[in-house]
Design a protein around this ligand. Structure first.
Ligand SMILES: Nc1ncnc2c1ncn2[C@@H]1O[C@H](COP(=O)(O)OP(=O)(O)OP(=O)(O)O)[C@@H](O)[C@H]1O
Length: 547
């Protein structure tokens, strides 16, 4: 679990900074402030710097809870720290004058406390003052030392509290406080969030889930009335009450245009985001109540590679194998097998930052499928891969599914979805607008054939026009979708046009209209997808005004 990895590394860094503030001593030595170091004074100086480490590190760790993104956190906290130190020193200078007039205490900040304590130490050591150095007197450092020790302890306790309760706290804030406020202010109609669908398959799935207990559904992944709102200004309704039950050895595809809500759904399923309402159960464990258990059951290949640039492929796989608890003596063979499966052997010992985009995706997929996860989430896994690499990836995904895992995948490649998915859903503006196996969707919504006609090179324009008139006459309702360099692409209605009839007509037309070739096929998944995802299409799930 990465979170506990962070916690342990935090403790380690804390310990190091706490125990070894030696570099500052070297700085004092070379800047001729050796009064801080001679006659055992270095022990006092070290003590103050150790206390500074004690108070500032948990303070920074606490601030990091505000951020989702490490780069953002790093830059903002860095700037904040510098400003804090800098401003404190200015405020200190101003207030010191003021204090000398009014005899009160100064501002309170870590940077100020340390710099002030060190300054007091300097004055203290260089003059003969007749009070103990750690006394609470204005001239000594007792107050500063106590403040730093106390703040460090308070921050530390706060961190432990947040680490152990942050998930529940976030759930309470998002699901009860913010969602409640949202419902009052945005007056969302109950239909908007009800999850009711006019599409029969979607509605049937929803009713089955609502009317049966989890055990009788026998599903590995159960998504129940899931809603996600991003509480920004204005709020975004990203997922609008979706329900689906996914069985063992299924590969479930989530399709949709950019911004349809696929990644958000993934983030909820992996515990990265908190669902605003509804729940997800993985092998019966609820994501809201048992997040640690759920996280130990999923593998995730995110949309943007989460890899460590200065590790090699072999090293990162070995690291994750250890995280998964694979026995140490089998790790080498296990990693070799993964590298072989994803055709990464030539890249095994190269630094990750030197790998191509496609190879990084393969490595991310390898990390997602490893270990004894029950569910593997793949967010656009084949982006940037060449056709050969993509087919190899498909083979690996199929093998992983057949090994008993559930695969949930998003992709913009319909070919990929046809090849991998046993069932899929098309999402439009956060809602499922159709659900079923690729073949079921093609049969159900494919009430048209696609027909491609190719003329011989010497065909004149009159013959082309004659054929167009002929097609319009024999296939009423046909639609010329594309005409390009002697190739015509038609959509023709399948109603009243059996395969036999269409082939018969075209076989005769081949001779009469100088055709080189023709082909007829069932509508593709891509055409089904375009029907639903196209905002201009009345069948699509688009709504005019979305809050
Ligand atoms: N952190 C966020 N804060 C606010 N809004 C967000 C956030 N992440 C996503 N959204 C919004 O939620 C909606 C769904 O976004 P999401 O990333 O889930 O779409 P997607 O289907 O995965 O798109 P793509 O195919 O481009 O990956 C979008 O309107 C997006 O702008």
């Amino acid at each position: 679990n990465l979170h506990s990895l962070y916690s342990w590394s935090f403790l380690l860094i804390h310990a190091i900074c706490f125990v070894f503030p030696f570099p500052s001593q070297v700085v004092f030595l070379y800047t001729d402030v050796d009064i801080l170091l001679e006659k055992y004074h270095f022990l006092d100086t070290m003590f103050i710097l150790m206390l500074f480490g004690w108070s500032i590190i948990p303070f920074i760790y606490l601030l990091s809870f505000w951020y989702n993104n490490s780069t953002n956190a790093y830059i903002k906290i860095f700037v904040f720290n510098h400003c804090l130190g800098f401003i404190s020193i200015i405020v200190d200078a101003v207030v010191t004058v003021d204090l000398s007039l009014r005899g009160r205490q100064g501002p309170f900040s870590h940077a100020w406390l340390t710099s002030h304590s060190v300054n007091i130490l300097l004055v203290f050591f260089s003059s003969v003052i007749d009070i103990p150095i750690y006394s609470m007197d204005q001239k000594a450092i007792g107050r500063h030392v106590t403040a730093m020790a106390a703040t460090g302890l308070i921050y530390f306790i706060l961190i432990i509290l947040l680490e152990t309760t942050s998930w529940n706290l976030k759930i309470f804030i998002y699901r009860y406080v913010l969602f409640g406020i949202y419902r009052i202010f945005y007056k969302v109609s109950s239909r908007e969030l009800s999850g009711y669908s006019e599409e029969e398959d979607v509605q049937n799935e929803r009713e089955t889930i609502l009317n049966h207990p989890w055990r009788s559904l026998n599903s590995t992944v159960l998504i129940k009335e899931l809603i996600k709102i991003y509480f920004k200004i204005p709020p975004t309704l990203a997922v609008r009450n979706i329900s689906v039950a996914i069985q063992k050895e299924e590969c479930f595809g989530l399709l949709g245009l950019n911004g349809a809500g696929k990644t958000t759904t993934f983030k909820i399923l992996t515990g990265e985001e908190i669902a605003t309402s509804g729940d997800v159960f993985i092998e019966g464990y609820s994501i809201t109540r048992n997040i640690l258990k759920v996280r130990s059951k999923v593998g995730y290949c995110p949309q943007f590679d989460a890899l460590l640039d200065y590790m090699t492929s072999r090293e990162i796989l070995t690291m994750y194998a250890r995280v998964w608890g694979i026995p140490e003596n089998s790790i080498r063979a296990y990693v070799d097998n993964l590298l072989k499966m994803l055709y990464l052997k030539p890249q095994a010992d190269k630094f990750i930052y030197t790998l191509s985009g496609g190879n990084k995706r393969r490595l991310s997929t390898a990390i997602a499928i490893m270990g004894n996860s029950t569910v593997v989430f793949l967010d656009e896994p084949s982006t940037g891969m060449d056709p050969l690499a993509r087919r190899m990836l498909w083979n690996t995904v199929i093998k992983t599914r057949e090994s008993g895992k559930v695969i949930i995948i998003t992709s913009h490649s319909m070919e990929e979805c046809e090849a991998l998915c046993t069932r899929l859903a098309i999402m439009v503006q956060g809602k499922f607008v159709c659900l079923g196996s690729p073949q079921h969707l093609k049969n159900k919504f494919g009430n048209i054939y696609t027909m491609t006609i190719k003329f011989k090179t010497d065909t004149d324009d009159n013959t082309v026009q004659d054929l167009k008139d002929f097609i319009a006459k024999v296939f009423p309702g046909s639609n010329l979708k594309q005409e390009n360099q002697g190739i015509l692409n038609y959509y023709i209605p399948s109603k009243n046009n059996s395969w036999g009839k269409v082939f018969g007509i075209l076989e005769k037309a081949k001779e009469d209209y100088n055709l080189e070739d023709y082909s007829i096929s069932q509508i593709t998944l891509e055409q089904v997808f375009l029907t639903f995802a196209n905002p201009d299409n009345p069948r699509s799930g688009y709504e005019k005004a979305v809050p």
